[in-house]
Design a protein around this ligand. Structure first.
Ligand SMILES: CC(C)(COP(=O)(O)OP(=O)(O)OC[C@H]1O[C@@H](n2cnc3c(N)ncnc32)[C@H](O)[C@@H]1OP(=O)(O)O)[C@@H](O)C(=O)NCCC(=O)NCCS
Length: 259
């Protein structure tokens, strides 16, 4: 078997940002699932054991194994050997003593798990399933800026749903990229998704610079949306490459991890 050329993979991250996604429900091969369990650390295994609904546990298992496997695609570290530290609001990063330049963020929702990997770039990712929810306008009133709220109120049907989830996931991705918590006043962000490039306007109270941020919306399939937030050099944003983590890739990293 040919193993991934980790050096080349990680070199690509100097000019690219990679997003990997998988449908957790499609991962059913018992050997792969056993491998997924084997690469979790004791804390993750403990959390896995606490899920009451099997579907939730399966989801957690595949998401976290995806993250470990993806990171190993870029470094000569076995999936089981990654160690993480958590920031004040719970944002995980690779333990500083591992001296890895990799940064990442993970998201999971019913039907989709995704992670973004960068080299030294603050990143946040959020995925949602586009489904009708109760009282979206009420949520938007609490979370969206007045301008977006007005734009949302004028939309109907699919356009309404799309615009709502765009605003939602972009906010989450930004908040996650900064590693801040649920109390962040997201009404003070105003996204414009109508132009060629997504832009954001910050309220004066937000101590941040708009032009450092790059946002992208990704549709991995007809039912899900992913938003990506990157804080990068404003003059040369890295190219975003989106890929599905395939069945065979579990095997590749798995074999290498066992050497
Ligand atoms: C913690 C938080 C970031 C998770 O978001 P979520 O949508 O529930 O979950 P996601 O699947 O997108 O992300 C979960 C993963 O993000 C990572 N994560 C956890 N805390 C994080 C933080 N503070 N920052 C960045 N990433 C974080 C973890 O890997 C986590 O995986 P795990 O729970 O399986 O360990 C979220 O609760 C939060 O604070 N959201 C932003 C606040 C907000 O105002 N949202 C409304 C937008 S309209």
């Amino acid at each position: 078997m040919k193993y991934p050329d980790t050096d080349k993979n990680s070199q690509n991250l100097s000019r690219e940002v990679h997003v990997w996604h998988v449908v957790p429900e499609s991962v059913r091969d018992p050997a792969i699932l056993q491998h997924c369990r084997d690469i979790l650390d004791p804390e993750e295994r403990e959390k896995l054991g606490r899920f009451i609904r099997p579907d939730d546990g399966h989801h957690y298992l595949v998401s976290h194994a995806l993250l470990r496997s993806v990171l190993s695609y870029y470094a000569d570290v076995a999936p089981a050997d990654w160690r993480f530290a958590h920031g004040k609001h719970g944002r995980p990063e690779i333990q500083p003593d591992m001296q890895s330049p990799l940064r990442f963020n993970l998201t999971h929702t019913r039907g989709l798990a995704a992670c973004v990997v960068t080299r030294d770039v603050d990143c946040g990712i959020d995925a949602e399933q586009l489904h009708k929810r109760s009282n979206p306008l009420g949520v938007a009133q609490r979370m969206f800026s007045p301008l977006e709220l007005e734009a949302l109120g004028q939309k109907r049907g699919t356009d309404f749903l799309e615009y709502f989830y765009q605003g939602w996931t972009l906010r989450e991705a930004y908040v996650k990229a900064r590693g801040i918590g649920i109390s962040f006043p997201t009404r003070q962000l105003c996204f414009n998704t109508e132009g060629e490039r997504i832009s954001v306007k910050f309220d004066d109270s937000i101590d941040d610079t708009e032009r450092n941020w790059y946002f992208q919306l990704i549709r991995p399939n007809a039912t899900h949306i992913i938003a990506l937030a990157l804080r990068d050099n404003p003059d040369e944003h890295r190219h975003v490459i989106v890929s599905e983590w395939g069945q065979g890739q579990w095997g590749q990293v798995w074999q290498r991890g066992q050497i």
